[in-house]
Design a protein around this ligand. Structure first.
Ligand SMILES: *Cc1c(COP(=O)(O)O)cnc(C)c1O
Length: 399
């Protein structure tokens, strides 16, 4: 029996088996995968060398072009996303920049969301614009805004759902449909959901990107990125990625493979803990608002239930007392480490306005949806009662 990639609209149960066996290599008796720490590979003869040098994505030619360990993890993640092909990069931004730059040229137009991961916003609003690509930013919660922004030159629509840090959602099926009818490509950053909770390709999205630094790696010990899609598009992205050079090291590809083995148990637990915490936080007196797609109070909860099978471990909490109030809560947190990133085994917290105070003024912060009192939590694998107690003491200190 061979492992099948997970499919279906509910929690993909066969992901459990896929994650252990989906990357099995015929003829290799090793239970744990080898690490191919080699930058270059020997050809058998002149004809073999010519083949290696000319075949796109050859896994045994030169590691910037491909590597057996890296290819193994790419196939495993592609299967989780229901994609025929995958490409690994050194970071999530390596994946997003390679995918976007592969799809557009000067004179083209891109539609994106007003809110994105900050690196993506800068790639689109700064680098692309400097390269002569026009970009329109629209309210992701309004499908008609995407439609109205489309021009004859529109080549690509960039989506991210749930979005950082406000947890607003984009209707993947609706945007994919209006793009497809016009021959426009769609790209979705699926980092915040992770492939077990949401598979954008099932809604018609062409390219899915991940910061594998987050849930996929899951241990806050590596940076990696992935692009998943049809083989012809992935080959196009690969052609750009070998110029940009953000190549994933085989050592980190191996560490990512190690992290992926436990993805389904980690995410199952994180989903459950985060939902309990979100409900508990919403009832705490020091809390002004909790933004989490799994809460019925989320304005797009119905959409969340339609396109997600679990709601992930990230939530945005607005606390009472404004910027200073949030600062005080951060100071009192003990189990939640004050650190960027998310999706790992340890719980983390970020005071979003403090993170961006050095680079964005108040108006830019508001435009990015970053309220001064907003704390982004990433729920890890600690005992949920301990996390709840930590938040309770930080929000309402005794005395
Ligand atoms: C972290 C993150 C990125 C960037 O990934 P890196 O691995 O840090 O380069 C992109 N998108 C989202 C949603 C992220 O959370």
């Amino acid at each position: 029996m061979s492992a099948r990639p997970p499919t279906g609209d509910t929690w993909p149960e066969n992901a459990d088996t896929w994650l252990q066996h989906g990357d099995a290599q015929e003829g290799d008796s090793a239970i744990a995968p080898p690490i191919h720490l080699s930058a270059t590979f020997r050809a058998a003869d002149a004809a073999g060398f010519a083949d290696m040098a000319s075949r796109p994505r050859h896994p045994r030619y030169y590691t910037r072009y491909g590597n057996p360990t890296t290819e193994r993890v790419a196939g495993l993640i592609a299967g989780l996303e229901g994609a025929p092909a995958g490409l690994m990069t050194a970071s999530g931004m390596g994946a997003i920049s390679a995918a976007v730059l592969a799809m557009v040229s000067a004179g083209d137009h891109v539609v994106a969301q007003t809110n994105h991961y900050m690196g993506t916003s800068r790639l689109l609003g700064d680098l692309l614009v400097r390269m002569g690509v026009a970009v329109s930013f629209v309210d992701q919660t309004d499908v008609s805004a995407f439609e109205q922004a489309i021009r004859p030159q529109t080549r690509l629509i960039v989506l991210e759902t749930p979005v950082n840090p406000t947890l607003a959602l984009t209707d993947l099926a609706a945007v994919a449909d209006l793009a497809r009818r016009r021959g426009i490509r769609t790209l979705a950053d699926n980092t915040f959901a992770c492939p077990l909770n949401q598979q954008p390709r099932r809604f018609g999205i062409d390219l899915v990107v991940h910061s594998a630094t987050k849930y996929l790696g899951g241990h806050h010990d590596l940076t990696a990125g992935a692009v998943l899609g049809d083989a012809d598009l992935i080959e196009q992205v690969w052609n750009t990625s070998i110029m940009l050079g953000a190549v994933l090291s085989p050592q980190d590809a191996w560490l990512l493979l190690r992290g992926l083995r436990t993805l389904s148990v980690r995410v199952e637990r994180i989903n459950a803990s985060a939902l309990r915490l979100a409900h508990a936080l919403a009832a705490m007196p020091g809390v002004a608002a909790v933004h989490y797609p799994g809460l019925p109070s989320h304005p797009q909860h119905d959409l969340a239930r339609r396109q997600m099978s679990g709601f992930g471990g990230v939530m945005a909490v607005q606390v009472r007392g404004g910027y200073r109030g949030a600062e005080a809560v951060m100071k009192r947190l003990r189990l939640f480490a004050q650190a960027v990133s998310l999706g790992g085994v340890e719980s983390l917290a970020v005071h979003a306005a403090a993170m961006w105070a050095g680079s964005l003024d108040d108006e830019a912060l508001r435009a990015a949806g970053i309220a001064p009192d907003l704390i982004r939590l990433s729920v890890g694998l600690e005992r949920v009662e301990d996390l709840m107690a930590d938040l309770a003491q930080a929000l309402a200190p005794p005395g």
